[in-house]
Design a binder for this molecule. Structure first.
Ligand code: ADP
Length: 735
């Protein structure tokens, strides 16, 4: 370990003890809010000690006056969160405690909990919605599946991992498994494995009915540039200030006209503004097909079937530079579970440097890829690329070495790190609703299937004023631990890369440790959220004794109370899933939409069922043209969200959008709550006619409380399913 790295570790440890000291002294570090930051803001670069002061539903952080306008103009990345220009990086975010704002949609009350096995007393706040409707059932499908996994957890045998589909992650995965003393199956295994490691997608191997897979269904689709932009845009409509970390984007070709008109207007209003835009093909990666433009007329649009789906995005003109070079951060994030939402962030990441000194974009340098694009895959082909065994020099460095360097210049890296954590949590909150739709489609409740987890690669740029900006999220971040090197002119070979190995093996190994089926199950609070435990305090298996402490740190549900108020679209998705109808569907038909309206009592004399049908047809038709990869006809989640916003706007005209949506959600949830009471009473009265398994599931799973699933549940297929209990059978074979 280099001196430098030791220093960074010491610094990180000091920060950690700062957080722990604060905890010991009974200071609620999570209540700290930095001045002028409307979004969540934190402290230390070690998430184990990070104190995030985001906004509680009952807390609104202090907002700068300029802030609300921040999205109205382009090319504003050179302003700090107070709207002031900063010329260098020595920026110190001051932190004050504050309790302001008002509660929008939930009540909070203190609770104290003893977490079994840790001897720790945790204090936190439990949450209920204003009308006492909890969106997440206390025990949901994913949890139930995982519990099944725990039941069959190994007894003295090593955890088994199917690595036959691992592709380019193979080397790092094998090293991780070796460190854990687990058992790998390079050619797969006839009996089920505990964990399946897929190199590309959930569907790399379609015959998995138990265990855990390292990919979520739908993740690739969800994180394509257009879908991600759409999901973030929906959140920007609801929470513009909280979601200002994503550059303004337009979807091509459909929003081409809109893009041209808006830019023309901006330029006409202020001739000094000369923005640059970056055009990125929808399914592209590694910088393929990306180009910069300064005028909408430079868009390379094809017509007809050749029309390329792409995103055109505001280009961040003033990134933070180190050694005069632009760089970006690759942060590894583990999405451990969708329900309940569990997110971990790797303490160590990578930074990728350009290989040509940066200059602000001009017509002359727009095509200089080595100046503007940080992709490793491009820059490695530049003559200036520096391969280095040191973690703090060269064209690829560790994140901690860069943070250390910034700290030495006086940068408040705790604040930078806290903003990064907030960005990650908010992005996850934006994409999770649709992921839940994919999940129930591929692994419907009642069907045997695995549980999922996934390592994601967040690409983040720091602006000159140290604001993290999300560039994209990779569903398949490269886990290669070798790099390409030109051994002779034009001849490239893969050679070991110590920097990649250090970071990536840690991420994979610790992901596996967290997913160990024998790992102690964290406590579940009475409200369904898991009580966060520091990873180190979780029970270790005897094999883990020699392993370093986990490099992955939980950030959600740890910071639930700061971010839970953002999860409105997820509640809309819960309604959507409930009314979807037939299992395996991604899209809602007109009848299901009508049922939703009727059940939630949303039609009246001013809004007839005929108007409901017109609304359905209108929105569905518009959306179907924008979704080339649609699996079936009907209304997808994004279209449903649009319809929901419309209904909310009609019903609660005097409120702002966010409050309209909250009010409509409360109304719908209250209706469903009262009706599920009726359903329950009815089901009790006719319980003798129904199979026992169905009765039990109906009570624990709200999806099965809706009339359609109940009908399905009583079908012969379903009863057969219940009787066979394939998961139990398979587990018996394995043992
Ligand atoms: P890809 O998936 O092809 O790598 P990215 O969205 O990651 O596409 O973009 C490639 C590179 O372009 C990034 O690594 C970054 O250096 C640069 N880049 C992307 N978006 C922006 C932006 N909005 N502003 C400035 N630079 C950007």
């Amino acid at each position: 370990m280099s001196d430098h790295y030791v220093k960074v570790s010491i610094q990180l440890e000091e920060m950690k003890s700062f957080g722990e000291d604060a905890e010991k002294e009974g200071v609620d570090t999570e209540e700290q809010v930095p001045v002028c930051s409307p979004s969540a803001s934190v402290s230390p670069p070690d998430p184990s000690s990070t104190t995030i002061a985001g906004r509680d539903a009952s807390n609104t952080s202090i907002t700068c006056k300029h802030r609300g306008k921040s999205r109205s103009k382009l090319g504003k990345d050179d302003k700090n969160s107070c709207g002031k220009h900063t010329s260098d990086v020595s920026l110190h975010g001051s932190v004050v405690s504050a309790h302001v704002g008002r509660n929008l949609n939930r009540l909070t009350h203190d609770r104290t909990l003893h977490v079994k096995g840790t001897g720790k007393i945790l204090q936190g706040k439990s949450e209920t919605n204003g009308n006492n409707v909890t969106v997440h059932p206390s025990k949901n499908i994913q949890e139930t599946r995982r519990e099944d996994g725990f039941k069959h957890a190994r007894k003295g045998r090593p955890v088994t991992v199917d690595i036959s589909k691992a592709k380019t992650s193979l080397e790092a995965l094998k090293l991780s498994i070796k460190q854990l003393k687990w058992k790998e199956f390079p050619l797969g295994r006839r009996a089920a494995c505990d964990i399946y490691w897929h190199g590309v997608s959930f569907h790399d191997n379609d015959n998995i009915v138990s265990g855990q897979v390292n990919k979520f269904p739908g993740m690739i689709e969800m994180l394509r540039k257009i879908n991600l932009s759409r999901a973030v845009r929906t959140m920007q409509e609801l929470f513009p200030e909280e979601y200002d970390f994503y550059p303004r984007s337009w979807i091509l070709p459909e929003e081409c006209q809109q893009f041209s008109t808006q830019i023309r207007m901006v330029k006409e209003n202020d001739a000094t503004i000369n923005p640059t835009f970056i055009v990125k093909p929808d399914g592209g990666s590694q910088g393929d097909g990306i180009y910069l433009i300064r005028d909408p007329s430079d868009l390379k649009l094809m017509v007809g079937t050749q029309a390329k789906q792409a995103v055109v995005q505001e280009y961040i003109q003033r990134p933070l530079l180190i050694d005069k070079l632009k760089f970006d951060i690759r942060l590894y994030v583990l999405l451990k579970s969708l329900e309940p939402l569990e997110i971990y962030i790797a303490k160590e990441g990578l930074t990728r440097f350009c290989t040509e000194p940066y200059q602000e974009p001009s017509q002359k340098n727009l095509s200089h890829v080595f100046m503007h694009l940080t992709n490793y895959s491009l820059n490695v082909h530049s003559g200036n690329f520096v391969h280095s065994d040191s973690q703090s020099t060269g064209s690829k460095r560790t994140l901690s070495s860069v943070l250390y360097r910034l700290a030495a210049k006086g940068v408040d890296i705790k604040k930078v790190w806290s903003d990064i954590i907030a960005l990650v949590i908010k992005t996850a909150i934006a994409v999770v609703p649709e992921l839940r739709v994919y999940y129930q489609c591929d692994i419907p409740p009642g069907k045997p299937g695995p549980t999922c987890f996934q390592i994601l690669g967040f690409d983040i740029l720091l602006t000159k004023n140290l604001k993290p900006v999300l560039l994209e999220v990779n569903s398949n971040p490269s886990m290669r631990i070798e790099h390409e090197q030109e051994v002779a002119p034009g001849v490239f070979e893969y050679v070991p890369s110590p920097v990649d190995e250090e970071v990536k093996v840690g991420v994979i190994r610790d992901t596996l440790r967290l997913m160990d089926p024998g790992h102690k199950k964290p406590s579940i609070s009475q409200h369904g959220e898991e009580i966060p435990m520091e990873a180190e305090t979780q029970e270790r298996s005897p094999d883990e004794g020699a392993l370093p402490s986990l490099c992955l740190k939980q950030v959600y549900p740890k910071y639930t109370k700061q971010f839970n108020y953002l999860r409105l679209v997820e509640r809309i998705a819960s309604l959507f899933i409930r009314f979807l109808g037939v299992k395996g569907n991604m899209r809602m038909g007109p009848t299901a939409f009508r049922t939703f309206i009727r059940t939630c009592k949303l039609s009246n004399s001013n809004f007839s069922m005929a108007s409901v049908d017109i609304l359905y047809i209108d929105i569905t038709r518009r959306w179907s043209g924008t979704m080339p990869d649609s699996r079936e006809a009907g209304m997808g989640l994004q279209a449903f969200v649009e319809a929901f916003f419309y209904l909310a706007g009609r019903r609660f005209k005097s409120l702002v959008l966010r409050e309209q949506v909250v009010s409509l959600l409360q109304l719908c949830e209250a209706q469903l709550e009262s009706q599920s009471g009726v359903e329950e009473r009815r089901s009790v009265s006719c319980s003798r006619a129904m199979p026992r398994a169905v009765r039990t599931l109906g009570l624990t799973n709200p999806q099965l409380n809706s009339p359609a699933p109940l009908r399905r549940a009583s079908s012969q297929d379903y009863r057969l399913h219940q009787r066979l209990k394939p998961r139990t059978l398979r587990a018996n074979v394995e043992n």
